[in-house]
Each structure stands twice: as C-alpha cells, then as structure tokens.
Design a protein around this ligand. Structure first.
Ligand code: KIV
Ligand code: NA
Length: 270
C-alpha cells in the first residue's frame, strides 16, 4: 500500500470514492484504524474531552497536541501504516497572528503531522494562505466549531437560516481560495453541505453531522465505538454494536461510508 497523499485524496474524490477519517490519539488505535482501511487520521483536540475529561476543547494545549500527534505517528510508523495524519491546532495557538499560527503548525508538523486543522472562517483565510504558501497543508473547519462553543451558545446545528448559510458559504469559498485542501463541516444542514461539496472542487469536504453529500466523513473514535462519557450525538452511529472487535467496527465504518449507508440523512442529519 502506498502512503495516502493529497494527490491520492484528489484522485479518490475525482473517482467518486468517499474519503474516510477517524480520530485517534495514541499509537495503537491509530495503527488499528490504518489497518482497517481508514485513509485519514485526525488527532483531534476532542482528546480534551475523551482523554482528559474536560468539558470542552478550550483547555487543550499545543504541548498536548504535539504529544498525541507524536504518539499517533510513531504507531503508524511502527505498523508501516499509510494514513494521512491531520493534527488540530488547539485553542489559542493560531488566533494571535499568522506568525503564531506558523510556529504552532511547525510544532505539530515536527511531531509527525502531514496537515494541520484550524477552526473558523473570515479572519482565518489570510492565516491559511500564510501557512499554505509555506508548505503546510491546511484543513479548515466550519459550522459547529467547538473551540468557540461559548460564543456559539452551545453544541447546536449551524447555518440553518439563509443569512447563516450564506456566511458559511462565503467563508468556505474564501478558505478554498486561500489554499485549504480540506474542510470539515460539523453540524450543518445536509443540503448546505452537499451544495458546498459541489461548489468546492479543490477543497474536500469532510462531514460530521452534515449528511451524506460530503466528499468524506469523520467521527470521533470513542463515539463510533460506543464508549462515551456523555450522551451520544444524533449524528453518531455505534459501529461496535454489530462488530466483534475494534478493528471490525472500524472496517464496518469504512464500508458504510464507502457504500453510502452511513450517514443516513433521515437518521443522522439535519
Ligand atoms: O477534534 C475533533 O475530533 C474534531 C472532529 C470532530 C472533526 O475536530
Ligand atoms: Na477538533
């Protein structure tokens, strides 16, 4: 198997093959996800909730992210994995200036990431352009952006009315123009995510609670395994339920995303 690269992801997209992504925070789960056929591993700052027991991602530091990114990439290396590794830039590590964002991104790239992810639209476009010009692939993240949960007023669907949808669309286009090659859309209406996916040919949309029309899907590892401290979000499916093993659950997830049975817009979307 050849390593997953940006050209390979673009090929998949062109061929109409869905891109699969799962979060992982340590060496072993990353290697198992890779072996199950997951193309992209996100070292998400959701680790604040699922590993550290925090109530939001706001408390996660750059040092935390670098530590988990290094663990994941060591696991993949040992297992001769091929996954594309994306690391979240955590709260407070990229908003101050483009230079700060570059320094933080370099720390994650040096920990082994292939791409960094940052949340938000509008002000983030110049930051994305600055990073991409300097050879750092960037994944953007719009819709429900958990680092700004206190400003958003809770974990709720975004882009529901026309004004919010138009703002989101404007931000998404600006991020593609700035060079973002991936875009996570979290908790946005399925119709909006599907139309954005058609519009953005150079930026692969990855949905979570955004319906089945995106170029790919992502879930938090613990959620899809059915191990959760809180209540399960509507957009999640417990793939462990009918699987005999963690690897089996991940394979079922990959298969369901590829064949279009997950997500189901009736059950998992808005
Ligand atoms: O941190 C995370 O796990 C994420 C995904 C939910 C997209 O950002
Ligand atoms: Na995140």
């Amino acid at each position: 198997r050849r390593p997953i690269s940006l050209p390979r992801l673009a090929q998949m997209r062109a061929a109409g093959e869905k891109i699969t992504m799962l979060t992982a925070y340590d060496a072993t789960f990353a290697a198992v996800a890779d072996a199950a056929g997951v193309e992209c591993i996100l070292v998400g700052d959701s680790l604040g909730m699922v590993c550290q027991g925090l109530h939001s991602t706001v408390g996660v530091t750059l040092e935390d992210m670098a530590y988990h990114t290094a663990s994941v990439t060591r696991g993949l290396h040992r297992a001769q994995g091929t996954a594309w590794v994306i690391a979240d830039l955590p709260y407070g590590s990229y908003a101050e200036s483009r230079e700060q964002a570059l320094r933080s991104s370099c720390a994650l790239m040096q920990a082994g990431a292939h791409m960094v992810k940052l949340e938000g639209g509008g002000w983030t476009a110049p930051t994305v352009e600055f990073l991409v010009e300097r050879g750092i692939p960037v994944c953007a993240h719009l819709g429900l952006t958990p680092q700004t949960v206190h400003a958003l007023g809770g974990y709720r669907v975004q882009g529901k009315d026309d004004v919010a949808a138009n703002t989101l669309r404007r931000h998404a286009h600006a991020l593609q123009d700035a060079g973002a090659s991936m875009l996570v859309l979290e908790m946005v209406p399925a119709a909006l995510a599907a139309s954005l996916t058609e519009e953005l040919q150079h930026c692969h949309t990855i949905g979570i609670g955004a319906g089945s029309g995106t170029a790919g899907q992502v879930l938090v590892l613990h959620d899809m395994l059915g191990v959760n401290l809180g209540k399960m979000a509507k957009f999640v499916h417990n793939f462990m339920q009918d699987a005999g093993s963690v690897k089996g659950a991940m394979q079922a997830y990959v298969e369901a995303v590829k064949n279009g049975s997950f997500p189901n817009n009736e059950l998992h979307a808005w």
